[in-house]
Every structure is written in C-alpha cells, then in structure tokens.
Ligand binder design. Structure first.
Ligand SMILES: Nc1ncnc2c1ncn2[C@@H]1O[C@H](COP(=O)(O)OP(=O)(O)O)[C@@H](O)[C@H]1O
Ligand SMILES: Cc1ncsc1CCOP(=O)(O)O
Ligand SMILES: [Mg+2]
Length: 305
C-alpha cells in the first residue's frame, strides 16, 4: 500500500483505520529514525547470553551504540551516561534474583527509562520472582511476544487475575498465543507503566506476524515483516535492544512504533537478499542500516477505532 492510501485515514471496515499520512505520529517516527542516526545514543543492556552479540550489532546498525553490563554498580553507573536501558531475562544466573530488583529500583529512583523483554515469562520460580518484583518499579516499555505479555499481565495481577495462575501456557521463548489475544493485557500493562514512568508515559509492543503497539489508549497494528525472523535466534531480543535505542531519543509510544516498523521493513528486505537463516541474519543487519526514515514512517499502520 502506498502512503497516498493513508491520506484520509481509510476505514478498513474491520474496526480499524489506516493512520493517515498527516498524522503527527508519522512525523515523530521519522524524526526518531533520523535522531538515532545523528545522535548515536547509547542504550545499555543487561541481556541474555544467547543473543547478546546480535543485540549489540542491531543497536549499532540502527545507528545507536551498545554497552552490556551485569553488576548493579556497573549498570547504575553506566545508566548515568546512557540515553536508556534494556533488561532481558532470557538466561538467568542465581545472582540475578537480587541484582535485577535492585537495578530496577535504582533506575526508578534515578529517573532512568528502560525497556523490558520478559523472555519466557511464566517459566521458573526465579524468573517469576524477578518479573513480579518489576511491578513496583516497572520499565518504561515492555516488548515481548503475545504469550509473554499475557503472562506478565497475569503475574502483575493487572486484571485481578490470580497472580500465581497465569491464563496462558508458557512455551519457552516462543509464543503460543496470537497477538490479538494479548490486546487487553498489553493495554493494562501500558497504563501501569505510564503511572510509574519518569515521563508519565509508557508503551507495550507485542511482536508476531502482525505487531501490536499501544500506550494503553491508542492501539496500532503493524502488518508485514518476514516469517524468517522466527528462524534466527534473537529477532525479538534485538528488537528490544533497538527499542531501547529509540527510547533514548523519543517518547515510549514513538520509540516502540519506530523500532517495530524498522524491523518490519528491514526483515522484508533481508528476506529478498538471503538464501537461509545464516545469510538472513547478516542481511537483516545490513537492512537495519540502510532502510530510510521515509520507508519506516510511510509504513502501513492500522489503528483501532
Ligand atoms: N510470522 C511472522 N511474520 C512476520 N514477522 C514476524 C513473524 N513472527 C515474528 N515476526 C517478527 O519477528 C520479530 C520478533 O518477533 P517474535 O518472533 O514474536 O519475538 P520473540 O522472538 O521474542 O518471540 C518482530 O519484528 C516480529 O514482527
Ligand atoms: C533461545 C534462548 N534461550 C534463552 S534466551 C534465548 C533467546 C531468545 O531470543 P528471541 O526471543 O529473540 O527469539
Ligand atoms: Mg523473545
């Protein structure tokens, strides 16, 4: 679909409308892509050991810079020079159980913004204890797949669900739920984040075949992307890292939209230039670097009306 199709905010007859070309959100998305490339902001990551290299390389390819830290004093000192931060709970070590709640508390106390990827939410006592602790000192953005978002919402008791009785079955690091089934959970989490955010604003990004982004009020669906993203490890983790990169220059809703759209456009290009998962990962980094701000901002974006 071309940008002209969005000129009047076309009603799609399915409760959604195409976000018009004139919607200020598109200008902000475009500006975020440009600002990251011009300002090279540092986003610090406390992330899993499987995909740490892809996270750093994706942040660099988007135009930012990377630093990975694990000890609370190191994280808090680095947060003073970082534009934002990223915590991903994919692989856990025993000391994380004390370190991560302490880090979340200190980031909150110091007014720092951060993105959470609640990888495998719902699995294991340690992960559950860590994720539950973030309810009091929450991130600014949560980015996860549908199952993780549903599990986190239940864990935080945001729908008066039994905190220990999540309404979805965890599936390791992969989603078993469709993005649409996570809409209510995503909106509840986004409103909770906004309540505690240093800027009064929060957002949730739910990834899948069609991504969903919300600030608790507006709900956007982003079609496109590539199914090859499910054939490399770290597509979601690195999207979380790049979301933190954008959070260094933009408000949460714009950061989540810009990162998700950048990934959709870049993965489409990477699919046409690769012959399997190995070359796809390399092509994805090249495409993150080469996608233009206009390509990102002129993407198809549908909003629930
Ligand atoms: N079937 C699909 N078609 C297109 N893009 C997809 C598909 N599945 C996932 N993606 C994309 O892959 C990236 C990671 O999402 P996802 O696989 O849901 O995360 P996770 O790896 O955390 O489960 C996102 O950019 C998302 O849009
Ligand atoms: C395979 C694996 N195991 C623990 S973390 C991890 C990486 C998950 O990455 P992603 O959620 O981006 O696919
Ligand atoms: Mg993931």
């Amino acid at each position: 679909m071309s940008i002209d199709s969005y000129a009047d905010g076309t009603d799609n007859n399915d409760g959604m409308t195409s976000v018009p070309a004139t919607d200020p959100i598109r200008t902000k998305i475009r500006q975020a892509v440009i600002d990251v490339r011009e300002q090279t902001p540092l986003a610090q990551s406390f992330t899993n050991f499987v995909t740490i290299n892809l996270v750093a390389n994706a942040q660099l390819a988007a135009g930012g810079t990377a630093a990975m830290s694990y000890l609370p004093d190191d994280v808090i000192a680095t947060a003073e020079i970082a534009g934002s931060n990223y915590i991903n709970v994919g692989t856990l070590l025993p000391f994380f159980k004390d370190a991560l709640p302490e880090i979340a508390y200190k980031l909150h106390k110091n007014g720092k913004t951060w993105v959470l990827d609640p990888v495998a939410a719902g699995i294991g006592e340690t992960r559950t204890a860590i994720l539950k602790s973030f309810r009091t000192y929450p991130p600014t953005i949560v980015r996860g797949n549908a199952s993780e978002i549903i599990a986190l919402d239940a864990m935080w008791g945001l729908a008066n669900a039994e905190p220990d009785n999540p309404t979805t079955r965890p599936a390791g690091v992969e989603a078993v739920d469709e993005v649409d089934s996570a809409v209510d959970a995503a909106k509840r989490i986004a409103r909770h984040l906004a309540k505690h955010s240093p800027t009064g604003k929060g957002a949730v990004a739910v990834s899948g075949a069609i991504d969903l982004v919300t600030d608790g009020d507006r709900v956007f669906r982003l079609p496109g992307g590539s199914a090859m993203m499910t054939k490399i490890t770290g597509a979601g983790c690195s999207l979380g890292g790049v979301t933190a990169t954008y959070l260094a220059v933009a408000e949460p809703l714009v950061a989540a939209l810009a990162a998700s759209l950048l990934y959709d456009r870049a993965s489409e290009i990477a699919e046409t230039r690769s012959i399997g998962p190995g070359s796809f990962q390399v092509a994805l980094l090249d495409a993150l670097w080469n996608v233009t701000a206009d390509q990102v901002a002129e993407s198809e974006i549908n909003e629930t009306v």
